[in-house]
Ligand binder design. Structure first.
Ligand code: FES
Ligand code: FES
Length: 197
């Protein structure tokens, strides 16, 4: 079993993981979080121009190649649906799809996304129609504060794309997204409606 459907506790903030809220009051990417296996965020301030395929459109960005994709999406492209939670790949609130696979964008350097299709929560509703996962979430009133829900929905959409599809219990066990509001019972109901038990 994984986060949320067992008794896993939230990541504990410590001296190495305190968030710099910055002058604006919002966390910023250049806080001292370890990224992509590295203990530092040293970028030497070197920007690189890159084209990213995001939600079906080519987007041009100029950023350090090791800047986490999460912050490129939020700060450079204005796609703030993808949320910052732990910054260390454990809470799942920053989940996006990379070529259809759910990945925590807080741990993914920008350069690793080059040439791959990035999908965020803003890009899942085709033609203005919400996905069956979002409809199930509405039907079962899953969301509470909503903060974790983009990551939760991206995780479920990736699982639905698998063949064979997991059962609801299997999906719940693999849905590695932490919900501080404790919406797990409603998540499970919505998963049962989508996947069977
Ligand atoms: S912000 Fe928690 S896994 Fe990325
Ligand atoms: S709905 Fe509030 S953190 Fe999940």
């Amino acid at each position: 079993m994984t986060a949320g459907f067992d008794d896993r506790q939230p990541p504990v903030a410590g001296p190495d993981h305190d968030v710099d809220q910055g002058a604006s009051g919002s966390p910023s990417w250049n806080t001292p979080w370890p990224v992509a296996g590295s203990k530092s965020r040293s970028t030497a301030g070197l920007n690189r121009k890159m084209n990213l395929l995001v939600n079906g459109s080519v987007r041009s960005v100029e950023s350090p190649p090791d800047k986490p994709l999460l912050w490129v999406l939020r700060e450079d492209l204005g796609l703030t649906g993808t949320k910052y939670g732990c910054g260390i790949g454990r809470c799942g609130s920053c989940m996006v799809h990379l070529d259809g696979v759910a990945v925590p964008s807080c741990m993914l350097p920008l350069a690793a996304a080059e040439g791959l299709a990035v999908t965020t929560i803003e890009g899942v509703a085709a033609g203005g129609r919400i996905t069956m996962v979002q409809q199930a979430w509405l039907d079962h009133g899953v969301s509470q504060c909503g903060y974790c829900q983009p990551g939760m929905i991206m995780g479920v959409l990736a699982l639905l794309g698998e063949s064979p599809r997991p059962s609801a219990a299997g999906a719940a066990a693999r849905l590695n997204v932490l919900c501080r509001c404790g919406t797990y019972p409603r998540v499970l109901k919505a998963l049962r409606a989508l996947l069977g038990s």
